[in-house]
Every structure is written in C-alpha cells, then in structure tokens.
Design a binder for this molecule. Structure first.
Ligand code: ZN
Length: 217
C-alpha cells in the first residue's frame, strides 16, 4: 500500500508487530510497518504528526557519507588517479595515488571498473587485517566475510550462515570505521544483540570504540 503525504510517498506494510515503525531509506524513501490493527488513517496521522522530524532525519541521512555513492575516496580521502596505457588491465593503489594500467586508456567504462576493483581489493585487504587482529583478541576463528551494497547498515553478522557482511561504502569513511565495524560484527559471534555483555566485550577488544563511533556522523 502507498500513502501520499506530500512531499512524501510512504510505502506501508502490515506486519505482526506491536508498534508502528517508520524507516527512511538511504534513497530518501519512507517505508512504514504497521501492526495489523492500525488503520491507514491512523498510519497517516502518525506520519503527519512527525513530518518535521522526518524531514530533518531525511536531510541528515542524505548528507551522510553513506549516500555518496559515486565518491572516489579511499578511506575518506580523495586520491589522485593516473591512467597509463598498459599491456594488461589492472590498477594499484599506494600513497594517495591510484595507477590504472589499461589497454584502452580512453575507455571510461573500463577504467572505472578497474578503479572499483582496486577499491574493493583495498577494502578486502584491510578488513582481512582487522578481522584477523580482533578475532585473535576474541579467541575466535576469522569467519567468512564479504563486501556488498547495503542499504541501511554498515555491517551485519548472520548467525545462520556465520558470515560477516560489510558495506562497500565504508570506503568513504575514515579507515578506523572499517576497524570498528570489523570488531563490532565479530563480537556478535559471542553475543547476538547489543546488550551490556556485548558492549563489555567490544570495550575489551577495542577500547576506543566509542570515539570511533563519532566518525560515522
Ligand atoms: Zn551490531
């Protein structure tokens, strides 16, 4: 169902739940989950009542680094790109410079793909390093992990698959954020939720976690 509440279109889903939940996606869309017994009129009233707050939150979200989809940043830092004609297609990154060797240097699609591959490679290398570091502190094995596009979270740990997912957009943030998400998700191996014990454990393996959390804003 869709509710038209200018300037918003709100997608409404009924769920078995106790209270209304309203979510703003990174694309700025509004998604609402409502309990079975709530009428559409009541749902609409809820949105109208919180319109100011929604608009403010939406703006905050739009301005967050998470939505800079096409930013060419390496851990939050802009970098220089050099495209060089080469025998093979590949890219490497060191000290603020990405060197792209391309058989057809004028082909933007290929150079862009090489750049993305190189960025992903950097993410994998560094996250692997952090995961090994914090897994050792926790005394657990490094679980499977992968990077993917994620809409509203920086990372997650699946109890079912025992795998960590990391958001590709972490490349837009300070590298300490990647370290944080690595440690955060690893702690979920021990504690699925964010209870007291969870935080005690995170504090233990990464005492500076609260400071780093501020870098996400
Ligand atoms: Zn968590």
């Amino acid at each position: 169902m869709k509710l038209q509440i200018p300037p918003y279109t709100v997608e409404v889903t009924r769920k078995k739940m106790r209270s209304i939940q309203l979510r703003i996606t990174l694309e700025g869309d509004l998604k609402m989950s409502i309990p079975q017994q709530i009428s559409l009129e009541e749902a609409e009233e809820f949105v109208r009542k919180h319109l100011q707050l929604i608009t403010r939150k939406r703006e905050e979200l739009q301005n967050s680094p998470l939505v800079k989809k096409d930013a060419q940043l390496m851990f939050g830092q802009p970098f220089e790109v050099r495209v060089i004609p080469g025998e093979t297609n590949h890219a490497e990154y060191a000290d603020g410079i990405m060197t792209i060797y391309a058989k057809a240097p004028e082909d933007d699609t290929i150079t862009k793909a090489l750049m993305e591959k190189c960025i992903l490679q950097m993410l994998k290398e560094r996250s692997g390093m952090y995961l090994r570091f914090y897994a050792e502190k926790l005394g657990v094995e490094v679980p499977d992990y992968h990077f993917r596009e994620m809409k509203s979270r920086w990372g997650s740990y699946s109890l079912k698959t025992k795998r960590i997912s990391l958001n590709k957009r972490l490349i837009n943030l300070d590298e300490r954020c990647l370290a944080y998400v690595s440690a955060h998700e690893l702690c979920h191996i021990r504690h699925p939720n964010h209870g007291e014990e969870y935080h005690r454990l995170l504090d233990e393996i990464m005492p500076e976690n609260r400071e780093i959390l501020k870098l996400f804003r």
